[in-house]
Design a protein around this ligand. Structure first.
Ligand SMILES: *Cc1c(COP(=O)(O)O)cnc(C)c1O
Length: 421
């Protein structure tokens, strides 16, 4: 037996071989994603370059989370520019060392006011917010009970928490199923019977399920949480700006804010500023003063990572101000959503009846979803096909997302293009 003394050469290292194999497999299977290049602001109509360079052309955009059309609103843009001029790019530090700028405090007050909570704290993304919440607030002896369709960042936040906090338990229940087999109640009862669960029970859900366009039964969940002494955490990234009269979120839809008809409250929210509320980036946590203070004192993403850029803090504050000043935008979105669902249904497509702005059309196969999305683009309509690993294999879909910026003519054009497929 001889021992090789030659160094491993680039191209034959384990990573190179497996990356190349995976990418070839994706290309061969029609599952390879191409990032489109836009050359205009996000809006109902965007300028897009055809694959591999080429001419810019106008396409109708039905895949953005720009639900209220605020991503390129002149006041939102101006607020960001002004903050950049007034404060420069940033503090070049984390907040506990160099502090934060006034626009951060203004934003966090605006978010708490909008959500109806005592306090709030901003993050560079909702992903980071969820990665901060679970590892910081949950402890050994607690259990986190999570909906099976929760967003990837909730899943990863919980995974991280159980690695950092040994003895922290987790459980999963069937999507929005509160009673019966593999339900939330069943998980809560199992937790109660488990002698190792000695601390807090946490229940976490998306407000709006991003791949289904369905909503969580928050009043039912609140009642169960009260019965079992559990905390209710809601990530409403697709609900903010969309659900309820003022677009505060799924809790407003269910009458669970101050003055609402339902007495129950959500204990803690996570959410994004990178969708309806400006669309740049950014996330937040909103809840009790103590929960927010714990994140400031102990959260690793808050202690070791820089603040949300001040430009975005100012733009997002302006976005919230505009929604509160012009609730007709939310009403317009709701009207567009109803119109789109009615037109899609009349066109023979199977769409879920729901007040959310997400209308998935199930086509099952990932390669088919990607091919259909490509064909739609040729017809001038930008809709993305989602397949594995974003949704389970066999559940691929075209996800159409409606905005207040769309006109009925835009929606008619979407339905006509879908019919041509
Ligand atoms: C989009 C989304 C996120 C990610 O938001 P970012 O701010 O872009 O990180 C997190 N959670 C849910 C439920 C989402 O829909």
């Amino acid at each position: 037996m001889t021992t090789s003394t030659s160094a491993v050469v680039a191209g034959s290292r384990p990573f190179d071989a497996r990356a190349s194999a995976t990418l070839s497999q994706l290309r061969a299977g029609g599952q390879f994603k191409v990032l489109r290049e836009l050359d205009s602001p996000m809006d109902a109509v965007v300028k897009m370059r055809a694959d591999g360079g080429g001419e810019l052309r106008d396409v109708l955009c039905f895949c953005s989370n720009n639900y209220l059309g605020l991503a390129n609103h002149p006041e939102v843009v101006e607020a960001g520019l002004k903050a950049l001029k007034d404060y420069g790019a940033g503090t070049a530090s984390v907040r506990f060392i160099c502090g934060s700028f006034s626009p951060h405090a203004v934003l966090e007050r605006a978010i708490a006011g909008y959500m109806g909570t005592e306090s709030s704290y901003s993050f560079v993304s909702a992903w980071t917010a969820n990665e901060a919440v679970f590892p910081t607030l949950c402890e050994a002896g607690d259990i986190i009970i999570s909906d099976e369709l929760n967003h990837a960042c909730i899943i990863d936040g919980i995974r991280l928490a159980t690695v950092i906090k040994k003895g922290l338990h987790k459980a999963v229940y069937r999507n929005n199923v509160l009673e019966g087999e593999r339900s939330l109640r069943a998980a809560l009862e199992a937790a109660r019977a488990n002698k190792d669960v000695t601390g807090q029970v946490w229940v976490v859900t998306d407000g709006v399920f991003s791949m289904e366009g369905s909503i969580a039964d928050l009043p039912g969940m609140r009642a169960l949480c009260d019965e079992f002494g559990a905390m209710l955490v809601v990530d409403d990234s697709h609900g903010h700006g969309v659900m309820g009269t003022l677009g505060r979120g799924t809790h407003e839809h269910w009458g669970m804010v101050d003055g609402g008809s339902h007495p129950g409250r959500v204990d803690l929210f996570t959410g994004t500023l990178g969708k309806a509320l400006g669309g740049g980036a950014g996330g937040f946590v909103a809840g009790s003063r103590d929960a927010v203070e714990m994140l400031i004192q102990r959260g690793r993403p808050t202690l070791f990572s820089n603040a949300l850029p001040v430009t975005i803090a100012a733009s997002a504050t302006k976005a919230i101000e505009i929604v509160l000043r012009e609730p007709q935008r939310v009403a317009r979105l709701r009207e567009n959503v109803a119109y789109a669902r009615q037109r899609l249904k009349a066109g023979g497509f199977d769409v879920l009846a729901s007040p959310t702005a997400i209308c998935p059309i199930i086509v099952h196969d990932t390669a088919k979803a990607i091919a259909m999305s490509q064909r739609l683009l040729e017809l001038g309509v930008f809709v993305i096909g989602f397949g594995y690993p974003v949704v389970p294999e066999g559940h691929a879909r075209l996800r159409c997302q409606i905005s207040a910026a769309h006109t009925h003519e835009h929606i008619d054009a979407l339905v006509d293009a879908l019919k041509k497929l």
